[in-house]
Design a protein around this ligand. Structure first.
Ligand code: B1M
Length: 214
């Protein structure tokens, strides 16, 4: 018979937010440690979602529904996280670059990163290079994620990297880029540290860049 946390993981995979929330409550009532609820339930579920998305078994709607189930359960746990001393695996500030208002892909990437145990600071859309720099300083982010969907806004990525250099922060932060018009070649050309073609790969690339093995 599946355990309570295996059920929770499955409800995330199924995108059943109601059942995921109820199971989270049940686990809390049974004094299951918050870290286990997150890692063996929510994150385990999202890992499967990421794998299914990568091999085209899941499409964007399924991923969004699963991420919503994870987020709603996470809301219940958030107040308890500080007390339980759980540390995020790393902090990532993410945003869509200056001039660009597309945020569906960026949100998906943010949710997958959160699902993998990252703390995600979402700066929103139309984020200026200065705002990225400010976020790295303020939140001590170990990585930033830049998203662009327009060929006309892709150069803002290079400007953001230049702003980090100017602020003396370039060697303190890993820069991950993505978005439909991007390629690995473009990422290399502008001096980004990593490129990911989709949200699931973004998690793998962020982990690689930050040398996170878990
Ligand atoms: Co716009 N739009 N749009 N649009 N729009 C595109 C991108 C376009 C390709 C449509 C077309 O002409 N065929 C075209 C761009 C052409 C180009 O530059 N080559 C375009 C245009 C021209 C425009 C406007 C200029 C239109 C106008 O006003 N004349 C305008 C620009 C506004 C602005 O940004 N300043 C505009 C506006 C809009 C809407 C507001 C209507 C809406 C955005 C709503 C929103 O995001 N809240 C919109 C939409 C929805 C699209 C399309 C239809 C869908 C984009 C999307 O969300 N895809 C798009 C056409 C298309 O792609 N079929 C189009 C789903 C999403 C999950 O995929 O964002 O690629 P994507 O994210 C993927 C990966 O790319 C990757 O992971 C994600 C998940 O796997 N990824 C990352 C993304 N960011 C990442 C970051 C990472 C790593 C991976 O690391 C940090």
């Amino acid at each position: 018979m599946p355990s309570l946390l295996e059920n929770l993981a499955q409800y995330v995979i199924d995108g059943n937010a109601q059942k995921a929330k109820e199971t989270t409550d049940e686990a809390l009532a049974q004094n299951v440690p918050v870290a286990d609820i997150i890692n063996k339930g929510l994150v385990a579920g999202m890992q499967v979602v990421g794998q299914k998305f990568k091999c085209n078994e899941f499409y964007i709607p399924e991923v969004l529904i699963a991420a919503r189930a994870m987020k709603q359960s996470m809301e219940k746990l958030r107040p308890l996280i500080a007390e339980s001393g759980i540390q995020p695996i790393a902090r990532v500030a993410i945003g869509t670059v200056r001039g660009d208002l597309h945020d569906i892909g960026k949100n998906l990437v943010g949710m997958m990163l959160e699902g993998a145990g990252f703390e995600v600071i979402d700066l929103g859309t139309d984020v200026s290079p200065e705002k990225f720099v400010e976020a790295v300083r303020e939140h001590k982010a170990e990585a930033i994620g830049l998203s662009a969907l327009l060929t006309t806004t892709m150069p803002a990525m290079k400007e953001t990297i230049a702003a980090l250099e100017e602020a003396g922060l370039r060697d303190k932060v890993a820069v991950l880029v993505g978005g439909a018009p991007l390629t690995q070649a473009y990422a290399d050309e502008i001096g980004a540290d990593g490129y990911a073609p989709d949200a699931a790969s973004a998690v793998d690339t962020a982990k690689q860049l930050l040398r996170i093995t878990a």
